[in-house]
Structure formats: structure tokens, C-alpha cells
Design a protein around this ligand. Structure first.
Ligand code: NAD
Length: 477
């Protein structure tokens, strides 16, 4: 481990910890002030944010960025400000008999954890920093953030605007790649939030475990879509393709692959083509169509396609203007349908994280549940249909971090729903009350009966006399 990096990072953490010990937990006014400063800095710097995203990606739709990395964050912050008082209220609980009759009191208070380390990825660098921050700040914590090195302009911009608006003991940013990241995970934080791949997530969890630092892991996976009975297939295709082409599919919750009945496959494909024709009449010079983040990811996606093609898949590129993607300035890949897939293909095992959409045929619902359950539990699961029995069958026999019915990704946008994965797609939540709780210590309190009733406790103290079981039975009813 690099000692110099460790010492630099640890100094920031130690300063935050001493500040917290000296000042105590921030009151509600200070928490609201931090959240308001966060909201203001996002709005004030929105044009810089969308420009930095565009430059880091090569091409990143500025309109989509304005939605995903600016305005989508605001409701989460507003929700936190509005609910601060309610969320932080003491929660009274029942006290056991007979202590409830003699003044015993039980309750929970939510207290801040202290300093939270936050490692964020490149795909939505702003959203995936500032949206969780709403929960972390609401809970009264301080933060040290390490953004992704793959979006350096966004990382520098976040550092500049946050340094200007927050003291280092409130929110500090450290820049660097995996070498800084791996040292970061050895720090004795009060909590560590990691958003990124499961591969790195395993290292983060192992490293945090050395100090028993609790972790929240926001990971990814293969989120399936099921086109079931009763929903218009072309409208379903349009909604899927919107989700699949948003950020060119570089979304943790992107619809990864689709289950379609053979008899509606042609209609589904037709619907996908019509959707792309409508969204992107051309792709290469269209600033609304986002490029792949870098050459490594571009090559990775092309390898997935080559591997599928070599193993018998049929590839349909959706290119309304039939452009040639061979020589291009950026790393764009057209929306691509992959048919005749099988489990020997890498594309059916690896998270795609790009605009490629495998289509899997099914006849029986059990084929779907068997397939999904043979893989890691996904972050999202999407069912289109109006058949309640079918929906119940599929949702009760599978698991995922979240579900959207009749669309994709939608559950993430619901301010009052927490967001997170399950098992290999993640653990812990942010957003809504559960997000606040995730970054709080649910401290339990019991205030015992007054000395006046001390005699009540005598029965459970030595020396034991008589039939103690009779007493225990009367208490345990
Ligand atoms: P990544 O794991 O490569 O990198 C994420 C962050 O981890 C970066 O800041 C990186 O510098 C840091 N890092 C890299 N090596 C590290 C190490 N050894 N120790 C500590 N930190 C290290 O992930 P990525 O490629 O940036 O993101 C893509 C993945 O993230 C996909 O799997 C996607 O599904 C997932 N993701 C999940 C969510 C979610 O909210 N659940 C959101 C976005 C992305």
C-alpha cells in the first residue's frame, strides 16, 4: 500500500472525525443547509455539468444529461429536506410487561454514523454522487468522495464546486484511479458506499472488512425484461428501447435482455426499429445519441457481439440512416438486437452495459424463472403485461433489487422508494426514508423503572428462591 496516499487521505478523515467529536451531530438546520447548498450548486453549475459530461464521454446527450444528472437529483434532495423532521423523530416502542406498567420506556433514535467514504463510477458520475448524498447528509454525516478517473472533467468539476460550497469536514473530494481507490477502502470510515462493478465490489468489501467498516454496495447485473400477456408489444418495445439507448445502455438498471414469445418476436423487432427511427433518425453525428465511454468498453462490447455472432446469433443493427460506424471520431455503437442467443455466448452471462439487446424466446413461464434463477439476482426486473396471474408467477418466483411493471428503470425515479440491489447486485439502500436509515445508527434506548419499583427486579436476582419458572412464564406470555 502507498503510505503517502494513505497518510494524505487519513489526515482528511481524522480532521472530519475530530470535528464531529468536538461539534456533536449536526442539528436539523445545518443538515437542511447542507442539502440546500447541494441543490444550489447543482442548479448553478448545470451547464458546466452537462458540458463536462459531454466532453468526458465524447458525445453525451446534453438534454438527457440535464434530466439524469441535474433535474432528477433535485426531487431526492427536496424530499430529504421536507422529511428531515419526520425521519429524525424519536420512535417509541412497546416496553415489556411488567416494566411498561411501572414507567419503563423503549425507543429508537437515529444518530449519524460520522464519516462516510463514497466511491462513485463514471456512467452517471454526477447523479451517482449527489443522489446518495441526499440520504447521507440528511442522516447528518460527513463525506469523503472519490469519483471515477474515467470521467476526469466531471471529477474535477465536482471537486471544484464542492470545495467552494462545503468545508472539508463536511464534504471532501479526493481524485485518483484504482490505486487511490484501493487505499481509500483501507481507511477506518464509519461507513463506506461503493457504486460500481461487482468485481471491484468484492475487493472493496474485503478491504473494508479489515476494519469492520459497514458497506453499502450499489452494483449491477443482468436486469431482464419479460414481454408478457396483454400489453401492446410495440409500445413495450418503444419503452425498452428508450431505456436501452439512454446513455447508450451504460446504466446499471438498463434492460439487459428481453424474453419474448416466438409469435410476437417480429412485432417486437418491428417496434424496436420504429422506436429507433423516431428517436434517432441518424446516430453518428447526432448529439442525442451517446457514445461509449472509452476504447476499452467499445472493444468489450464489440467482442460480445463477435462472440455471439461466431456462436450462431443473428445480429440486427438499428441504423435508420445506414451510416458506416467503422471510421468515426467517437466510440459509438448503434442500437443492436441479438437473436438466436444461447447460454454458450458471453453476452448471456456478462452484464452488457451498452446498447446491445439479446432477445430470448420462451413458451412456458417456467423457462423464464429457471433462466433468471440460474444467474445472479439482478438489480432490476421488468414485466410488461396485464395478466395478474402471470405477473405474480414471475415476480414471486424470482428476486431482484427492484421491479418496474410496464416500463424499465422507472422505480429508480420514484422519490419515495429506496434504491438498491440484492446479493450480487448490491446491498443497502439510498433514497427515501430507508436511505436515511441506511446511513444512520438506529440507536435503541431503554429507560428502566425508577428506584421506587426496584423490588420488581428482585425476583430475577440471586439468591433464587421458590419457583422461578412460574415468574418467567408470567413475564413471557
Ligand atoms: P468500477 O468498479 O470499475 O469503478 C467504480 C469506482 O471504483 C471508480 O471510482 C474506480 O476508480 C474505483 N475503483 C476501481 N478499482 C478499485 C479498487 N481496487 N478499490 C477501490 N476502488 C476502485 O465500475 P465502473 O466500470 O465505473 O461502473 C460500472 C459498473 O457499476 C457496472 O457493473 C454497473 O452496473 C455498476 N453500477 C451500479 C450502479 C448502482 O447504483 N447499482 C450505478 C452505476 C453503475
Amino acid at each position: 500500500m502507498d503510505n503517502e496516499i494513505y497518510n494524505d487521505l487519513n489526515k482528511i478523515l481524522e480532521n472530519q472525525k475530530s470535528f464531529f467529536k468536538k461539534e456533536g451531530p449536526p442539528d436539523l438546520a445545518l443538515r437542511a443547509d447542507r442539502l440546500n447548498r447541494l441543490k444550489d450548486l447543482i442548479i448553478e453549475n448545470r451547464y458546466k455539468i452537462v458540458d463536462a459530461l459531454n466532453e468526458d464521454f465524447g458525445v453525451r446527450s446534453k438534454s438527457a444529461s440535464m434530466a439524469s444528472d441535474v433535474y432528477t437529483i433535485i426531487p431526492a434532495i427536496n424530499h430529504a429536506i421536507k422529511n428531515l423532521k419526520k425521519w429524525t423523530k424519536r420512535v417509541n416502542r412497546k416496553t415489556n410487561f411488567p416494566f411498561n406498567l411501572t414507567g419503563g420506556k423503549s425507543y429508537i433514535e437515529y444518530e449519524p454514523l460520522g464519516s462516510v467514504g463514497m466511491i462513485s463510477p463514471w456512467n452517471f458520475p454526477i447523479y451517482l454522487t449527489f443522489a446518495p448524498l441526499a440520504s447521507i447528509f440528511a442522516a447528518g454525516n460527513q463525506v469523503i468522495h472519490k469519483p471515477s478517473e474515467l470521467t476526469p472533467l466531471c471529477a474535477q468539476l465536482m471537486k471544484d464546486i464542492c470545495d467552494k460550497n462545503f468545508d472539508e469536514h463536511e464534504f471532501a473530494t479526493v481524485l485518483g484511479g484504482p490505486e487511490v481507490g484501493s487505499v481509500f477502502t483501507t481507511l477506518n470510515f464509519d461507513h463506506l458506499l461503493y457504486t460500481g462493478s461487482g468485481r471491484v465490489g468484492k475487493m472493496v468489501m474485503a478491504s473494508a472488512a479489515q476494519n469492520l467498516v459497514p458497506v453499502t454496495l450499489e452494483l449491477g447485473g443482468k436486469s431482464p425484461v419479460i414481454i408478457g400477456n396483454g400489453f401492446d408489444v410495440k409500445i413495450a418495445a418503444k419503452r425498452v428501447m428508450f431505456g436501452k439507448t439512454l446513455n447508450a445502455g451504460q446504466i446499471c438498471l438498463a434492460p439487459d435482455y428481453v424474453f419474448v414469445k416466438p409469435e410476437v418476436q417480429e412485432t417486437f423487432i418491428e417496434g424496436c426499429k420504429e422506436a429507433i427511427n423516431e428517436f434517432f433518425p441518424d446516430l453518428l453525428n447526432n448529439n442525442d445519441y451517446t457514445s461509449i465511454i472509452n476504447k476499452n468498453h467499445y472493444d468489450r462490447l464489440n467482442h460480445l457481439l463477435d462472440d455471439a455472432r461466431n456462436k450462431g446469433a443473428k445480429i440486427i443493427e438499428l441504423k435508420p440512416s445506414d451510416e458506416n460506424f467503422i471510421n468515426q471520431e467517437h466510440h459509438k455503437i448503434p442500437p443492436t438486437l441479438v437473436l438466436n442467443v444461447n447460454l454458450d455466448m458471453d453476452i448471456m452471462h456478462q452484464e452488457i452495459f451498452g446498447p446491445l439487446l439479446p432477445i430470448v424466446n420462451y413458451n412456458e413461464l417456467s423457462e423464464i424463472t429457471n433462466h433468471i434463477n440460474s444467474q445472479d439476482k439482478p438489480l432490476g426486473l421488468y414485466y410488461f403485461g396485464t395478466d395478474k396471474n402471470e405477473q405474480n408467477y414471475l415476480l414471486k418466483r424470482t428476486s431482484s433489487g427492484g421491479v418496474t411493471v410496464n416500463n424499465v428503470i422507472g422505480h429508480l425515479q420514484q422519490t419515495d422508494l429506496p434504491f438498491g440491489g440484492v446479493g450480487p447486485s448490491g446491498e443497502g439502500r439510498y433514497d427515501a426514508f430507508e436511505g436515511f436509515k441506511n446511513f444512520s445508527n438506529e440507536r435503541t434506548y431503554y429507560k428502566d423503572i425508577s428506584e421506587r419499583f426496584d423490588g420488581l427486579l428482585a425476583g430475577i436476582r440471586p439468591p433464587y428462591k421458590g419457583n422461578i419458572e412460574k415468574l418467567l412464564k408470567s413475564i413471557a406470555k
